[in-house]
Design a protein. Sequence first.
Length: 457
Amino acid sequence: MEEMIVEEIEKLLEQEDNTQLKEYLDNLNISDVEHLIDELPQHAVTFIDTLSIKRAVNVFRILDFPTQERIIKKLPGNKLAELINLLPPDDRTSLFSELSGEAVKKLIILLPAKDRVEALSLLGYEEDSVGRLMTPDYVAVKKDWTVTRVLEHIRRYGKNSETIDVIYVIDSDGTLLDDIRIREILLADPEARIGNLTDHRLIALKANDHQEEAINIFRMNNRVALPVVDDHNVLLGIVTVDDILWIANEEYTEDMQKIGGTQALDEPYLDMPILGLFKRRIGWLVVLFLGEMLTASAMGHFEADIAKAVILAMFVPLIISSGGNSGSQASTLIIQAMALGEITVGDWWRVMRREIISGLMLGVVLGCIGFLRIFAWTFFTDMYGPHWMLIGVTVGVSLVGVVLWGSLAGSMLPLILKKLGADPATSSAPFVATLVDVTGLIIYFSVAVMFLTGVLL
């Protein structure tokens, strides 16, 4: 179906039939137009310019930023002015926050005076704050109004609101008192006072809170929108769930990139210049490489022991990879749990206790498998010599210690970083693996010295 649409559009573009093109585009779903722009990016400006303005706005607001930026640079001035004016305030703020200062100045001039003040006000909040997400388009009513008056107010101003599913009750100073679902108003007595319909179970966001706070609050509460207030509880705007879903997706993508051992990309992968990709990856790779160099130092410390029992070197990859894997598992699980609000820094002891138990269980299972592997090989080869059992015990006990340490390190590092005010995702799987590699070698050779001194060492 999508291929047929692309083919049809290409025909209309070749024929330069703008009337037919406009009619065809205006009858497509918004998502289909977005797909067209992805498939035919060289015609993105033509599509936006051809669409009726309301549909152009709806398509533009769901495009990724690099595409939006390309369209802004080439879109005719009159169409650009209409587009910027009709963009919802929250989407407009999101766009402005990505653009350079000069570009923002040029676009803000296109706005009416009232919208210009509004845009500058929203841009005054920190980049990742709730204030950047909110829109001032909402319906607010006074607590002493009757239901009849409220409905008249909604009919008059509701069309300019982001949503009328929820109505906000304020006092004469603009202080937020409560929110009421439209369903409750529609079913109430027309002469009832709005103040009598409130239940005072208000959930609100703070304008200066981090956007992750908003994501967690939306996740825990079944709301299509939440009010945003200042430190004095004055209603400033609302945040709708569609914006939260967008931000949650960005946060998730950013965390996955950090967990993979790279800086977060601020553009889609294929739009990112090669030099940009290099810069975001080289820093972590250098840090991890320098960390891995410590493994050479650790092995150098036990050089004499390795020379006496070369067989020990065979199990180094097995030991350090098992510790790194268990650490990466634990780190990923804890970061995800923290992102979902399932655990906090205050739960560190419960997390440690669980990881000690699970780490021991995992280590024992891997240790037994390691021992059995050595035992099984004795039936086919004498490479382990007469002391195969001591070597098997060394490997088994080392695996228990390394896996336990990996689980503890992987689970505690995100919590420690969070306590220090850093992003837990930066305790990425590669970082944990590097840490456990170095310490795993120390554990392994220390166990070897303990069991094999006087025998092989």
